[in-house]
Design a protein around this ligand. Structure first.
Ligand code: PMT
Length: 221
């Protein structure tokens, strides 16, 4: 039986990919299935938290008993997260947000003309960085999905986005990252503490992440 140790918390979790439309039939996206974020939402709910789940497009059934907000684009995810954050004590950003979106979205299906087609992209808002800059910010946990120099890139993101903790996954390893039931991560805390975790289910990892958040917050009191 899971103890209700998070019953005083409202936890906002983002999950899944975002989709950035090119035209009515095409979009840019990534391989996120939403599993990591949905396992976090389920684990937090089982431990008594009020859970706000902001989800990009996925095929997963949402856990019962969470407040679910479905979004498509990074801009929509940003707007929803910023609307909801004021009531949250903890934010965990497991979503794989598209860094760029097409400058122009065609209202009609793009036609084939030339050998080459150039698509101009513009930067999406960095949701986590905006949260990190809030005056009264919640406890902030980011993820870093990397294929090289995992620790260096994750530490840079922790600092640049003003996070309390980052969950760094080397998505080039078999059994880690996108669209699998398991993950391999390194947890890095703001105070410099680091922990390398072995291959494990995303369900178990979700509980370990929540344990570490609780420990960090209790230490800070
Ligand atoms: O969904 P699954 O199939 O289970 O896969 C899980 C996962 C690989 C998607 C997950 O474990 C993960 O690593 N999520 C973050 C992926 C990612 O986009 O990482 P990033 O290094 O590009 O972004 C760093 C952090 O900033 C992330 O917390 C991201 O949510 C956030 N971000 C990124 C860009 C942006 N414009 N706004 C953001 O808030």
């Amino acid at each position: 039986v899971t103890p209700p140790d998070l019953s005083a918390e409202t936890i906002l979790i983002t999950a899944g990919p975002t989709r950035e439309e090119l035209d009515p039939v095409r979009y840019l996206t990534n391989h996120s299935s939403g599993r990591m974020g949905y396992e976090l939402a389920r684990a937090a709910r089982n431990r008594g938290a009020r859970v706000v789940l902001v989800s990009g497009p996925t095929d997963l059934p949402p856990p019962a008993g969470v407040s679910l907000f479905r979004v498509t684009t990074a801009q929509q995810m940003r707007d929803t997260v910023l609307e909801q954050v004021a009531s949250c004590s903890i934010v965990i950003k497991a979503a794989a947000v598209a860094d760029y979106r097409p400058m122009l979205r065609s209202g009609e299906k793009l036609k084939k003309h030339e050998h080459r087609l150039t698509i101009e992209l513009e930067k999406n808002p960095d949701i986590l960085a905006e949260l990190g800059a809030l005056q009264n910010r919640p406890f902030l946990v980011g993820f870093a999905a990397e294929t090289t120099d995992l620790r260096t890139h994750a530490l840079a993101k922790l600092q640049a986005k003003n996070l309390d903790m980052i969950v760094a996954n080397d998505v080039s390893q078999v059994g880690a990252g996108f669209n699998v039931a398991t993950n391999i991560v390194r947890l890095i805390r703001r105070d410099g503490h680091e922990e390398q975790l072995e291959l494990m289910s995303k369900e178990l990892l979700a509980h370990i992440i929540l344990d570490r958040i609780q420990e960090s917050r209790q230490r800070a009191v």
